[in-house]
Design a protein around this ligand. Structure first.
Ligand code: NDP
Ligand code: PYC
Length: 332
């Protein structure tokens, strides 16, 4: 793979410029560029610049409104709704998250329901925001069908990510963020681009036979991670992201999508929980004893540690040359 060196500032500026040139206003472009830059900074490569073409497709087809103004509504002291009004998710999240933090700190638990949004990014930025404010965070969103529920060979679930973050007073938060599929579709697409094969158990081809070929799996289906257990978690994600928000399940998102290749309309649920209120002030010491024990075990690290380590490097990022060429072509 041939790469081109870029600074984080240049990545942000390029992403912002592409969004402005494709119909976004300043606030929408900046919210999206920030998420894209942070993904590249932390090494979340399948959800940074790689997603720009999809964002642009959704703007050019008119599916997403690059000038959308999300609206916030407080339903109860603990329940907040943000109506995205057809925006990409980041601007809706940045409107709702500060109120979620405020409510959760008062009530002990809170939920932010985002509707009318188009989510195409990683979820750790939203849960990490909660952890950075001393709260536990959980976030889920659905997508379009590409994963067969356990027992089936037909896609019904999206790759349905779930992210969880736990605050730590003495360091970076514990954060996991993962597709409930054996692999995120973005990583399958990158494997195809880079000529790699995939691990056994990743998916099935169009005939429903096991396959390790990314091209075949894209035409067929992904499997949930961990068999019926991952399938149950993926089901939970559909229920939380669609059943609970009232937004579209993955299958409905596909039925109503215009097929432009960009993210469909959907929902996201973000839950905040206060350990100060529930466990009391000694929770951090208690949890630290546990994580110290865990980290003393050979071969163990905490989820999120790789990204936080990457983040310490504020220097150059190497970006795939062909990807960059595509993005520059879209920037006019
Ligand atoms: P990965 O399998 O790469 O990682 C999942 C989690 O496991 C990460 O939090 C990672 O932490 C952690 N982890 C990995 N290795 C270890 C280890 N050895 N010990 C402890 N923890 C570990 O994620 P996926 O490929 O499943 O998902 C990639 C991204 O795709 C996610 O950000 C997800 O939000 C996004 N996605 C978005 C969708 C959407 O609809 N918007 C749909 C599907 C996926 P670390 O980062 O520190 O390595
Ligand atoms: O990588 O599976 C994925 C994905 C779907 C939507 C955004 N990312």
């Amino acid at each position: 793979m041939t790469t081109v060196p870029m600074t984080l500032k240049d990545i942000y500026q390029l992403a912002k410029s592409v969004m402005i040139n494709n119909g976004c206003d300043q606030p929408n472009a900046e919210a999206l560029a920030d998420i894209i830059m942070r993904a590249e900074r932390d090494g979340s490569h399948s959800h940074g610049l790689f997603r720009v073409a999809g964002y642009v497709k959704a703007l050019r087809s008119g599916k997403v409104d690059g000038k959308a103004k999300p609206e916030i509504e407080k339903i109860t002291p603990a329940i907040i709704k943000v109506h995205g009004n057809g925006c990409f998710a980041p601007i809706a999240q940045s409107l709702g998250l500060p109120t979620l933090v405020e409510s959760t700190k008062k009530v002990g638990i809170g939920a932010l329901s985002l509707t009318g949004i188009h989510h195409f990014a990683a979820l750790w930025p939203e849960t990490e925001y909660l952890a950075d404010n001393g709260l536990v965070g959980i976030a889920c969103t659905a997508y379009m069908p590409s994963v067969a529920p356990a027992g089936s060979k037909t896609a019904l679930f999206g790759t349905n990510p779930i992210s969880f973050a736990w605050p730590r007073r003495e360091g970076t938060p514990i954060v996991y963020d993962m597709a409930t599929a054996s692999m995120a579709m973005g990583d399958v697409q990158i494997a195809l681009r880079d000529g790699q094969i995939l691990p056994e158990g990743t998916g099935l081809n169009a005939e429903g036979e096991p396959s390790i070929d990314p091209a075949e799996i894209i035409k067929g289906v992904l499997l949930p991670f961990g068999g019926y257990k991952g399938s149950a978690i993926s089901l939970m994600v559909e229920l939380l992201a669609a059943g609970l928000t009232g937004e579209q399940f993955s299958y409905e998102a596909k039925e109503n999508d215009n097929g432009d290749g960009g993210p469909p309309r959907g929902g996201e649920i973000i839950i905040g929980i206060s350990p100060d209120i529930i466990a009391g002030p000694k929770w951090n010491e208690h949890v630290k004893n546990f994580t110290d024990k865990m980290l003393a075990m050979e071969g163990v690290r905490l989820p999120g540690a790789r990204r936080h380590q990457n983040r310490l490097n504020t220097g150059i990022r190497e970006i795939d040359k062909n990807l960059l060429k595509t993005i520059h072509e879209l920037n006019s």
